[in-house]
Design a binder for this molecule. Structure first.
Ligand code: MN
Length: 319
């Protein structure tokens, strides 16, 4: 048995013990939750409730509208609730600052798979090899003897497909596919989920796409290029869209032949929010970390003051 799995097992039993002993829990994730953050925290909430625990689901920003149909999404509170908690379970955060909101004075449990950031938590259940945080939640629920119901299955499915690019990334392994099978057996419907999330683009998103694609800039030489897309406030205003409507457009940049790294810059009041996606040969988590951001080797994010500093960093990383 590897050291990693020994550590995992000890971490897992400590977290499971804490859950068994407690009665009231705060379940949370990073601000602006993506499908992994949302699906994993909601699955934990449903699981703990099956054990009779009281659970408050909390996130500064609530669920994104395209995933608001997930069971439990409408119950997310965006202000820190009153009262005592036996623990706060923090999902999909490599750094506590990504919660971007106050936490109660109670033991903090990190349930995560990020390799970058600033480790935190009184207990840490972290596996950087896990393709999504839903994998870790599934391990925890199994350790607690919880059988997956349809709500848990739908939320874990959301976590799985969101962080694996619908089962295509290099992180996809046997445990990922086994969990996918368990979710389907427990009532998750792949088409129903896809139809309600991916096949339901708001018209504004589709109107925004050609404008964003038109900004394409290439950095470096084939076969190691970077491709940069930019979303400006003017474009968003023109089509009446919010910045979240451009989510995923960065994959068009990465998907170009001879491009190793795709980047999407979204203009904000103080510079740009950056999404980075790599085909795997360039570590975009490391690039993001130099700007105080974080993520994984293949997907990361940060903030930059100007597009020039990002272009320079990309050119350097692609050399
Ligand atoms: Mn994740």
């Amino acid at each position: 048995m590897s050291l990693q799995s020994t550590v995992d097992r000890r971490q897992l039993s400590e977290v499971a013990d804490l859950v068994r002993r407690g009665t009231r829990f705060l379940v949370t994730a990073h601000a602006n939750p993506d499908g992994d953050a949302l699906g994993s925290m909601l699955a934990t909430a449903h699981g703990l409730r099956l054990l009779g625990k009281e659970v408050v689901i909390y996130d500064r920003d609530g669920a994104p509208s395209r995933l608001s149909f997930l069971p439990g999404a409408s119950e997310i509170v965006t202000k820190l609730p009153d009262g005592n908690f036996d623990a706060a379970l923090v999902h999909d955060c490599g750094d506590l600052k990504l919660v971007n909101a106050p936490l109660p004075n109670c033991p903090i449990v990190a349930i995560d798979h990020h390799a970058t950031g600033k480790p935190f938590g009184d207990l840490r259940f972290v596996d950087v090899k896990a393709s999504c945080v839903g994998i870790l939640v599934a391990r925890l629920l199994r350790a607690l003897g919880i059988a997956f119901d349809q709500k848990i299955a739908e939320c874990l499915w959301c976590s799985l497909v969101s962080d694996t690019g619908w089962f295509r990334y290099s992180s996809v392994d046997e445990e990922t596919m086994t969990l996918a099978l368990e979710c389907v057996r427990a009532g998750a419907s792949p088409w129903s989920f896809a139809e309600r999330s991916e096949e339901a683009s708001p018209l504004e998103r589709i109107k925004l796409l050609p404008r964003v694609l038109d900004t394409l800039e290439l950095v470096g030489e084939a076969p190691r290029r970077g491709a940069i897309l930019t979303v400006t406030q003017a474009m968003l205003k023109e089509v009446g869209a919010g910045a979240e409507m451009a989510e995923g457009f960065v994959n068009y940049a990465r998907g170009i032949v001879d491009v190793e790294v795709g980047a999407m810059l979204t203009e904000g009041p103080h510079g740009f929010r950056v999404s980075l996606r790599s085909k795997g040969r360039v570590d975009v988590g490391a690039i993001a970390a130099t700007f105080g951001g974080g993520g994984h080797r293949a997907a990361a994010g940060c903030q930059v003051a100007s597009s020039e500093v990002l272009i320079d960093a990309l050119a350097q990383a692609l050399k």
